[in-house]
Write a protein that binds this ligand. Structure first.
Ligand code: UDP
Length: 477
């Protein structure tokens, strides 16, 4: 007798920011929607120790596919997105043989943004196929719409205001767009549009957001005539799927320090799994924090000029030295601040009641982790789609402040940092960013509760998988 429980095979691209949301989707499918789950990851050879902690689960199987060598086909200095797309394309044969050798054939293949090339393989095995976007709905909409965009960049913009409009969505400023869409003449846009076209072949696209947070774009993706005619594939909001704080036996010193601070008094400063600042910006940030006289926890990494990042290995190789911080900074701030080299327990920190603000690079996981804890943000975008997220948080949701000059374009000076830090930490009025964050914290819980919008979306996926499974049982038993 074949199994009667649907089985989802989830493929995660390398990088903590990609792995964490896939693991959270795996947990959710297992605990709330009665799935068996297998998570496939790619060994990068130098994966940070933090990765293996996340991959220890007794809820689902983890299969690590062999490392991929792209050195012969991709310039090592190419954009990280080009490297990841190539890596995931080359992983298809090993994914195919891993699925082929599984005793119970998965019912559905779920891939992320970088792995849409493997969707065609789901057809070979008679599996349903889904794309999981751990991003805001607007990034999903823009990617799906990309194949319909004009490659002649000029013509798509309202030239006076330099705005790009995806039908039915909030217009986007040129400066906030991802590099691939700013310049549509090169390989990056071709790759991006191909991902969008491949996404459209899926049975559905799952987005890690929820109705109340992302109402405008979700509304457009569901109902806007032009957008629907262009993208066709159904889009389901399934979030917010975020890492939960772990039990107290894995506590680090920072949580003990937070225990001693008063409620909502600490600003958390961090730039995701791979972000850091230039030397000059590091100095301005340190001074800005010090001048604000607010309490802070700051995750620091050695400075890198020109926004250079080693996204896949950023948590490796820390020698603990902090001599890139301004002279005397640590001594002068020792009673109000804590500096943590390289990596911190972010989920636990943001869930702590002493944390009242988050200066964040606006990676989508960090953004959600902040909002589900009712913590307002200072948006500090560095790369990828983070500027779009920053604009979304400040202009559409109203849960963040943002510096006048984007940190990805120039240096933000200490006076402005000091002012924004004070604003966010002292912001307590009825219509404040904090009030908005608290309101969204509640609506996030509702979306995921039984009968909530995101719960229902995953129930629909479960229903489709169950139907597929029943067809298979009828035809093959
Ligand atoms: N993270 C963490 N500790 C750190 C830095 C990051 O636990 O010191 C986690 C963070 O909680 C989030 C993920 O790494 O879940 C980063 O994902 P995000 O989408 O925010 O940014 P990315 O790393 O992709 O730029």
């Amino acid at each position: 007798m074949a199994t009667t429980k649907p089985h989802a095979a989830l493929l995660a691209s390398p990088g903590m920011g990609h792995l964490i949301p896939v693991i959270e989707l795996a947990n959710r499918l297992f605990t709330h929607h009665n799935f068996d789950v297998t998570v496939f990851t790619i060994s990068t050879g130098t994966s940070p120790a933090t990765q293996s902690q996340h991959l220890t689960s007794n809820l689902f199987n983890v299969v690590t596919l062999p490392p991929i060598d792209i050195s012969g086909s991709v310039d090592p200095n190419a954009d990280i997105s080009i490297q990841l797309l190539a890596m995931m394309r080359q992983s298809i044969p090993s994914l195919r043989s891993a699925i082929n050798s599984m005793k119970s054939r998965p019912t559905a293949l779920v891939v992320d943004f970088f792995s849409t090339a493997s969707l065609a393989m789901a057809d070979e095995f008679g599996m349903l196929k889904y794309v999981y976007m751990p991003n805001a709905a607007l990034f999903a909409a823009m990617t799906l719409y990309a194949p319909a965009m004009n490659k002649n960049v000029e013509s798509e913009f309202d030239s006076e205001n330099e705005l790009l409009t995806i039908p039915g969505c909030r217009p986007l400023r040129f400066d906030d767009l991802v590099d691939a869409v700013q310049d549509r003449t090169g390989q990056m846009f071709d790759d991006y549009a191909r991902v969008g076209a491949e996404m459209s072949t899926a049975d559905a696209v799952l987005v890690n957001t929820w109705q109340d947070l992302d109402a405008i774009t979700i509304g457009a993706l569901r109902n806007h005539k032009v957008l629907r005619e262009t993208i066709k594939v159904p889009v389901y909001p399934v979030g917010p799927l975020t890492r939960q704080a772990q039990p107290s036996d894995s506590r680090s010193g920072v949580l003990d320090w937070l225990d001693m601070q008063s409620r909502g008094s600490v600003l958390y400063v961090s730039f995701g799994s791979g972000g850091t600042l230039s030397s000059q910006q590091m100095t301005e940030m340190a001074w800005g924090l010090e001048l604000s006289r607010q309490r802070f926890v700051w995750v620091v990494r050695p400075p890198m000029e020109n926004g250079a990042l080693d996204y896949l290995n950023a948590t490796n190789g820390c020698d603990g030295s902090l001599d890139f911080l301004p002279n005397g900074f640590l001594a002068r701030t020792k009673d109000v601040g804590l500096v943590i080299p390289m990596w911190a327990q972010q989920a636990e920190i943001l869930a702590h009641t002493s944390v009242g603000g988050f200066l964040s690079h606006c990676g989508w996981n960090s953004t959600l982790e902040s909002i589900v804890n009712g913590v307002p943000l200072i948006a500090w975008p560095l790369f990828a789609e983070q500027s779009m997220n920053a604009a979304f948080l400040t202009e559409e949701v109203g849960v963040a402040y943002r510096p006048k000059v984007s940190p990805s374009k120039g240096v933000v000076m200490r006076e402005e940092i000091e002012k924004m830090v004070r604003l966010i930490m002292e912001d307590n009025g009825m219509n404040s960013k904090r009030a908005k964050a608290k309101e969204l914290e509640k609506s996030a819980v509702q979306a995921l509760s039984k009968g909530g919008s995101s719960y229902n979306s995953l129930s629909q996926v479960a229903k489709n998988c169950q139907m597929k499974l029943n067809e298979h049982v009828i035809c093959c038993d």
